[in-house]
Design a protein around this ligand. Sequence first.
Ligand code: AMP
Ligand code: ZN
Length: 484
Amino acid sequence: MPIQLYDSLTRKLKPLAPSQPDGVFRFYNCGPTVYAPAHIGNFRTFVINDVLRRLLELEFGKDKVRHVRNLTDVDDRTIGQTQKEKRPLAEITKKWTDHFHADCAALNCLPPHHEPTATGYIREQVDMIQVLMEKGNAYRAADGSVYFKVSSFADYGRLSRVRERELLVTDATADSDHKNSVSDFALWKAYKPEEDGDVKWPGPRGAGEGRPGWHIECSAMSKALLGDTIDLHTGGVDLLFPHHENEIAQSQCCNGKTFSNHWYHSEHLLVDGTTMSKSKGNYYTLGDLVAKGYSPMAVRYALLLLGHPRKQLNFTLDSMHAAQKALERIYAAMDRAGKDAGLAPGDFLRLPQADTSGIKQLTQANPFHRCWLSLCGDLNTPSALGEFFAGIHAFETHGVPAQFIKGELSLALTILWVFGIGLVKPSALQANAPVAITALAQKRWVAKQTKDFASADALRKELAAAGWSMLDGKDGYKLEPVKK
Ligand code: AMP
Ligand code: ZN
């Protein structure tokens, strides 16, 4: 069964398929703005996209998926932060990029194939703006900024269904003083020394020095790395308007082609019934939850599996507790199944997790097959989890007949790989260690359990260089700061 996913543009379930003759599936996911820690709401979106990426790899093959996720390292928020802290933009964005990468690794998210930064693609953005000006879709304003002329694109509003009247009140992002129409949006923002400090680049011909608007960043990076037409574009629901609506307008007017064949938006994580957000300050980071004793894997489980990606999910510490318990149940059942299959622990942990040979050929009678069907049916993760536990329940209660056990095990492993749940049980974590250190320690623990001693030694050295030592016990490890 092909993967069916809701398409926000047509408001229908549609199959996902590569559209180019090379058979490569082109996937663009809007990445984080790196001026503050990403919170677990942001990570709900990134973990959902990680599962989508894994499912696409199972469907089309590992080498036939190209995944791009950008870093927004110049926009109003990042520049605002440099002003607040009186530190260079690059210093701030590097700090939060490193933080983001450490959290992604701890949450077992596959790195995208390309992770472009907006500041690394200024020329491409300027070139696109230039074309839009030449084609009459953009104009230079009196202050040297460049705006997109919304009335020049007849399809504007197709994705978000905004009517002109609503547009007028919603678009508060750009400086309206210099625009011809209040619904036009900025492609290039003229340099303002008092706000921008030393953040500026030469602008498109006829415009002054300045910096790109946020929306053009994704259009330009997507075009540079994936071409004019892509197969899937995703992000959280807040990006649908104006960000994605504006990306469509810019890309289609510039390139004269459909920008994305499929649009998918996942819903927000709430806290106390309201959206978790950096600007509201009502958020938890992964580090906050690790400090409370929850493993990153339990956080991944809670964000991914406790609610449908297209429904809002209310975050509570009780749900974290439930996630931790459920994970323990999975590890115990898998452990037992490994033993029933006659596998030594080291061999069991080395089994290939993403072996897809079996899962597509089965019948609906198999719970792991039904689990995969739920994932292929609009990424229904709670339903998939229910089916997965039906399979786990069989391992726990009746065991599995000897002749089936290896087959069943490999199906369960495939599903765990798509969920992104590793096989090695997270050890008790040191509450005061930073996430980057716990991620390294967990990686080393996995290497040791799978008898990859060379990697384990190298990781121990990396930890020591960062000032931490790892004391190994039989069932887990302890992290301690190295005494000076
Ligand atoms: P930002 O770093 O603000 O640019 O956001 C990065 C990603 O996180 C975007 O795809 C947002 O749509 C998404 N996002 C922001 N807040 C939440 C939330 N509370 N729940 C889920 N996703 C979110
Ligand atoms: Zn974007």
